[in-house]
Design a protein around this ligand. Structure first.
Ligand code: PLP
Length: 361
């Protein structure tokens, strides 16, 4: 039996016993054993993305949003212009960060229930010759939509622009292969599909781009170039590392490997998602997205309850049964969200659907 409550959310997520157990040690942040642990984690993150030698992994203290801020601060300058492709809250948040950093950007907005369209993007890029970077969210967790990473990466490459990808809610759960996807910078965190605990974000980036970006960052603590050069010279974190979180991420990466890598994990998430969607549809719930753009990460359902029932009741009834779900985040529609990721097995998904049936009957 899994531990309660099960987190059916976009993160942080349910983690395994082993991952929790790996945090029972105290590590000296300057101790050689911890330096080895950090190196291991960095190498494993590069390995699962099949990144060529020209890439490096730079982990940091903080949540995912800190990573987006670090990437824009480090890899753009006042003379850049970033094209931000948006179809949800996380794309919008990127615009907010760029505005605060005073880095020029332009937003190309798509509907919340439609994927980014490569033809429109290509057309837009060809008409805007002052662009330097393109930013896209891979899985827009606002809805659970999967944006077309490979085709966008190809057209960004052929326009000779720098491609920055928010893969927060997809990395480790949906295969991303750097050997044929032209990503210059990818940002993700420890506590989503990697099934570690919260506290680390990391950046996978071209070493040459990191070197070229020295001096860009307006922030001391979020400067990717400085963090990278400390890892390269001493192997250590610049400031107090989240030691237990690193240990947990190391164990989480071992478990990912045992599950058959990203492909194995993707298969489990897809299975979880199918059980959830099919089960909920049988109970009369409708999904926001068409199946062909739905990522097996988190599913948005319309809030079609009986007249005297509300999300608040639904949430607390589920909580009593050991399930934590998530409210919707849409601007127009009443929705709620259920995650398929984390240390969640098919039996948990079946249990969730039958619990929903029981409490909404
Ligand atoms: C979770 C998430 C983030 C970062 O959120 P934090 O709360 O800062 O960890 C950014 N982008 C996407 C797509 C996400 O799912």
């Amino acid at each position: 039996m899994s531990e309660k409550p099960l987190l059916l959310t976009p993160g942080p997520l349910s983690t395994s016993k082993n991952v929790k157990h790996s945090m029972l040690n105290d590590w000296g942040s300057r101790d050689p054993a911890f330096t080895v642990l950090t190196k291991n984690v960095r190498n494993n993150l590069l390995k699962i993305s099949k990144a060529p030698e020209s890439y490096t992994c730079v982990p940091f203290q903080g949540s995912g949003t800190y990573g987006i801020e670090a990437a824009f601060s480090t890899f753009t300058s006042p003379s850049s212009k970033v094209l931000v492709l948006t179809n949800g809250a996380y794309g919008k948040r990127a615009c907010t960060i760029l505005a605060l950093l005073r880095r020029p950007y332009i937003e190309l907005e798509f509907k919340e229930n439609e994927a980014v369209d490569p033809i429109i993007v290509e057309n837009f890029i060809s008409k805007n010759s002052d662009l330097s970077h393109v930013f896209m969210v891979h899985c827009e967790t606002t809805t659970g939509i999967l944006n077309p990473l490979i085709s966008i990466s190809n057209l960004v490459k052929s326009a000779n622009l720098v491609f920055i990808v928010d893969a927060m809610s997809s990395f480790g759960g949906i295969p991303i292969d750097f050997s044929f996807t032209n990503i210059d910078v990818l940002i993700s965190s420890s506590n989503k599909c990697l099934e570690g605990v919260p506290g680390i974000f990391f950046v996978l980036a071209q070493k040459s781009l990191i070197k070229k970006s020295i001096g860009n960052s307006q922030s001391l603590s979020l400067d990717i170039s400085s963090q990278w050069s400390e890892f390269e010279t001493s192997g250590q974190w610049r400031f107090t590392p989240p030691t237990h979180v690193v240990a947990a991420l190391n164990e989480a990466l071992n478990e990912l490997d045992k599950e058959g890598g990203v492909a194995g994990r993707f298969a489990r998430y897809q299975d979880n998602c199918n059980i959830l969607v099919n089960g909920m549809r049988k109970l009369g719930f409708r999904t926001l997205l068409h199946d062909n753009i739905q990522a097996p990460i988190i599913v948005t359902f319309y809030d079609d309850f009986k007249p005297n029932y509300s999300f608040k009741n639904f949430y607390s009834d589920l909580q009593k049964h050991g399930f934590t779900i998530y409210p919707g985040k849409l601007t127009n529609n009443m929705t709620f969200r259920v995650g398929c990721i984390g240390n969640i097995q098919r039996k948990d998904m079946h249990m969730f659907v039958s619990t929903v049936e029981k409490i909404t009957k």
